[in-house]
Design a binder for this molecule. Structure first.
Ligand SMILES: Cc1cc2nc3c(=O)[nH]c(=O)nc-3n(C[C@H](O)[C@H](O)[C@H](O)COP(=O)(O)O)c2cc1C
Length: 410
């Protein structure tokens, strides 16, 4: 039995109403980190049981064949992923597929456990539709997290984001490289891809690995670890063009498969900041970083002539926002802030909206739209398929309850 589209439209509209009119108003009265911790506990509970996973899927899951893509042998059922920073300790891997994510990234995870910066370290920029983040890479450390994930079967592709431990010791170049390497080797056999986060705005010693000489040394060390998994570099949106060029030149000499564009911005002169009070510390997400992220996607895609896979990240709140990134050159898209402002049903809304946008532009599949801004659209013969949802309600629920491993290993 195919589920008719009006069911999803009605379900998502109802969820959106309940979230934006009731739940969000309550959440936004409470300290954001407390809400995050509570939601993580709820997510862990829902992910632990087959029935609760199935019920969650009924409320949030959506799938359409037009959104399927295989990149470097990894099957993505849709291009919308959870960005690094929401599931810092990889506790939510069981529930994220039921929410409708096509992939997710855990972390950032560091060589040593780290308590992060003192609280408060997370603020809402309500008017600007963004967050101010000064977490400082809080996480349980690579050994504990690797142990937790050892026997897990992931239902969607999982990325492991690594960074260097936020402490005085790793400010030393070699100590920093050793710390990244420790996290990389502990996690390299888990999940489907790895991200090297060189753009955390909130750590001791700044972002030393945006310097090409230091980056070259770091990536040379990473090259020595045997892995066939694709490696992404996560870039800052505040980099100058010359700095991006230098980073791209370095990556050509190493096993880098793509870029994540982008991390948080630190630039307080940003015209998208509407809120009158902005903390002196931390990086900003959401609508504040959106244009910078899109510019970075465009620049990297054009500079490398599409040779690297780009994951677009920053300010995605709607299908139009995600589509803009895809047409600018992103193969996949990640988000956090949009989900916090709009509710978890926004993942389904974005995916449904993407299907409609693909059909409007005459694309058969999401892959055809990547970089569509730069070339004449690869239109099909005009014989567009009907927007049918390619699964049954029963298989959806049973799938998320019991399917052991949908993601082909590399
Ligand atoms: C609470 C929070 C924590 C974050 N922590 C990390 C992190 O540990 N590592 C990382 O690479 N990015 C981190 N980020 C940045 C996000 O991955 C993403 O690049 C940024 O938020 C822009 O996307 P968005 O506008 O959809 O939130 C964090 C973001 C938020 C909101």
């Amino acid at each position: 039995m195919n589920v008719p589209d009006f069911f999803f439209r009605f379900r998502d509209a109802l969820n959106a109403f309940l979230y934006t009119k009731i739940l969000k108003n309550i959440f936004f009265m409470i300290d954001p980190e407390t809400v995050h911790e509570t939601m993580t506990r709820v997510g862990v509970f829902l992910g632990a049981h087959a029935i609760t996973r199935g019920v969650t899927a009924c409320f949030f899951y959506y799938s359409n064949k037009k959104l399927n893509q295989t990149i470097r042998g990894i099957f993505f059922s849709n291009p919308i992923g959870l960005a690094a920073g929401f599931d810092k300790d990889a506790q939510l891997t069981d529930i994220l597929p039921a929410l409708g994510f096509g992939f997710a990234e855990a972390g950032s995870i560091t060589g040593e456990a780290c308590v992060g910066n003192p609280r408060p370290r997370l603020w809402r920029l309500k008017k600007s539709k963004g967050l101010m983040i000064h977490y400082g890479l809080k996480n349980e450390g690579c050994e504990r997290i690797a142990e937790r994930l050892r026997d897990k079967h992931f239902q969607i592709p999982m990325g492991m984001s690594i960074a260097k431990t936020n402490c005085q010791k790793t400010v030393d170049l070699q100590a920093g490289i050793d710390d990244y390497f420790k996290a990389f080797t502990a996690l390299k056999d888990l999940g489907n891809y790895c991200t090297i986060n060189i753009s955390c705005p909130n750590a001791f010693g700044g972002q030393p690995f945006t310097d090409p000489v230091s980056l070259d040394l770091l990536l040379a060390k990473i090259d020595t670890a045997q892995t066939s998994k694709p490696i992404f570099l996560k870039l800052s949106p505040d980099l100058k063009k010359e700095e991006i060029d230098a980073i791209i030149e370095v990556t050509k000499r190493h096993k880098i498969f793509g870029f994540i564009c982008s991390n948080l911005t630190k630039n307080r002169d940003n015209k998208k900041i509407i809120d009158s009070t902005v903390s002196e510390k931390g990086g900003m997400s959401g609508k504040v970083v959106e244009d910078l992220s899109n510019e970075l996607i465009r620049y990297c895609y054009q500079k490398t002539k599409g040779a690297y896979v780009i994951i677009g990240c920053g300010g995605v709140f709607s299908a139009e926002d995600a589509y803009k990134k895809i047409k600018a050159g992103a193969s996949l898209v990640q988000m956090i802030t949009g989900m916090i402002f709009e509710g978890p049903q926004v993942i389904s809304q974005i995916n449904r909206g993407l299907v409609a946008l693909l059909e409007k532009d005459g694309f058969e599949n999401i892959a055809e739209a990547i970089g569509g801004d730069y070339e004449s659209p690869r239109r099909t013969s005009g014989r567009l398929r009907e927007n049918s949802t390619e699964f049954s309600c029963a298989s959806m629920v049973l799938g998320w309850c019991f399917t052991p491993q949908l993601t082909p290993e590399l």
